[in-house]
Ligand binder design. Sequence first.
Ligand SMILES: *[C@@H]1O[C@H](CO)[C@@H](O)[C@H](O)[C@H]1NC(C)=O
Ligand SMILES: *[C@@H]1O[C@H](CO)[C@@H](O)[C@H](O)[C@H]1NC(C)=O
Ligand SMILES: *[C@@H]1O[C@H](CO)[C@@H](O)[C@H](O)[C@H]1NC(C)=O
Length: 260
Amino acid sequence: MEFKFTWIIVQLLVAFQVSSTFGFEHVIPRGLNNKPTRVIGGVTVIDTLLVRAAQAFARENSEAYLYNHVMRTWLFGALIISHNTTLQHSVDLEVHAIGSILHDLGLVLNATWISHDLRFEVDSSNRATQFVEETAKHHGTSSAWDANRLQLLYDAILLSSEPKFSLYKQATVKVLVEGVLLDLGKPDYGVTAAEYQGVEAAFPPLNFITGVNHTLVQLCVQKPSTTYDSWQQAFGDAYVPGYTPVGRFVDIFNPKTPSS
Ligand SMILES: *[C@@H]1O[C@H](CO)[C@@H](O)[C@H](O)[C@H]1NC(C)=O
Ligand SMILES: *[C@@H]1O[C@H](CO)[C@@H](O)[C@H](O)[C@H]1NC(C)=O
Ligand SMILES: *[C@@H]1O[C@H](CO)[C@@H](O)[C@H](O)[C@H]1NC(C)=O
């Protein structure tokens, strides 16, 4: 009897150990990543119809600087994964690829899918998830996209501009933002200088700095209320005449602010 009780305690301890690993490390189903590959910018990446369709969609709809940024984000992420066995067992490569390629759809400010009231990351997530559902249906591969994978895609894109959250989420979510961070920084996470340069040679930054600046200023002009209390607000504060973030969360605590 006593032995049995001890055994249950041991089992519970083991269960908690295991669940913490299985929760956020998110071991992927066996065979999920067994897909064809191809080489882009010197990087071996997953090659599926849906990934190709996502790439074509991004190219068709984005300015050149933005398209090159999302491609570098994907390839840097793929390099990070190639240097890390743990990630090879925990990242859903197709979700990572499509999420990276479509993560800035909400910055295509004249597109039909841009809302007037949602943060750009939400517009990106909504459009990307819709794109995958529609395209997979068209390809007859809807069964590969259960609610869990669609949710992973949605969250990976939603949090792609907020590393303070995404670095602590599932490996797929985390590597996507690490690809973004590498593109804003320098080689890291095991990626070599030569690999980094290979990606930049294939997808050069072009007018990245002025392009991002212009797009974010435009975002603050076009849908200001979605930018208050986000990192995007700095662009409105600095460059948009008449940009008044009245109704910001902080103003609730300031009695001098006129209520709107
Ligand atoms: C590999 O990735 C895992 C999960 O993100 C991380 O904990 C680990 O530190 C990485 N290993 C190396 C050598 O960078
Ligand atoms: C958005 O602007 C680009 C040029 O920057 C143009 O090629 C594209 O057709 C426009 N899209 C829409 C939906 O107006
Ligand atoms: C960003 O845009 C503002 C407003 O157009 C401009 O004054 C500023 O020089 C731009 N900065 C860069 C780095 O492009």
